[in-house]
Design a protein around this ligand. Sequence first.
Ligand SMILES: CC(C)(COP(=O)(O)OP(=O)(O)OC[C@H]1O[C@@H](n2cnc3c(N)ncnc32)[C@H](O)[C@@H]1OP(=O)(O)O)[C@@H](O)C(=O)NCCC(=O)NCCS
Length: 192
Amino acid sequence: MTSPGADAGTGLPAEVRKARVGDVAGIQRLVDTYVPDRRLLRKAPVTLYEDVQEFFVAVDGERVVGCGALHVLWKDLAEVRTLAVAPDAQGAGVGSGLLARLMDHALELGVRRLFCLTFETGFFARHGFVPLDEAVVDPEVQSELLRSTDEGVAEFLDLERVKPNTLGNTRMLAVLDGSPHTSLESGAAVHR
Ligand SMILES: CC(C)(COP(=O)(O)OP(=O)(O)OC[C@H]1O[C@@H](n2cnc3c(N)ncnc32)[C@H](O)[C@@H]1OP(=O)(O)O)[C@@H](O)C(=O)NCCC(=O)NCCS
């Protein structure tokens, strides 16, 4: 997978950048790839347009080969969600490049704790996430979060009604130490 969209300066076979509305169809295709086996939550097109400012994409020329989003949940807590790389682009560092960019975006926003709900425990563990069994937020924050209508927040809270969607997933948390994960000089991501 090499093309004019690949970022030769970083060694990544794709450029990682903030998503634009024109990327939404490509993001939708990626998400739809992983919905049937429940690795990702289904997203309606309107939700992806509404959330486009949360997304980064990895592009190889015109093609969106990877995507990932950062959704702020609360003070000092955000969720890495909808991280996906096309099957034919996996294993080349694209997912790591996207995750590194999302981690740096979290730091820019002032967030150091990152939650994810995933089957890809090895991948996230390699990036500092650890499985967690205790509550991440105290009961007062939990009751505030219950006001949210976001399905991902319901999954974060492990509500009964979404348990069928999250069966088999592992809840993981990373605490960032504040040092950058990407080299941004060239406008692209290099994962450490
Ligand atoms: C998880 C996911 C995003 C990883 O994407 P990816 O592009 O394959 O990720 P990377 O290439 O950075 O890393 C994958 C493996 O490739 C290897 N790798 C990384 N960079 C590499 C490189 N430059 N050359 C060769 N291999 C490399 C690593 O050993 C890594 O192993 P690990 O999974 O044990 O960490 C992808 O598997 C995916 O889309 N899964 C389905 C959706 C999903 O479950 N998302 C998570 C829920 S939010």
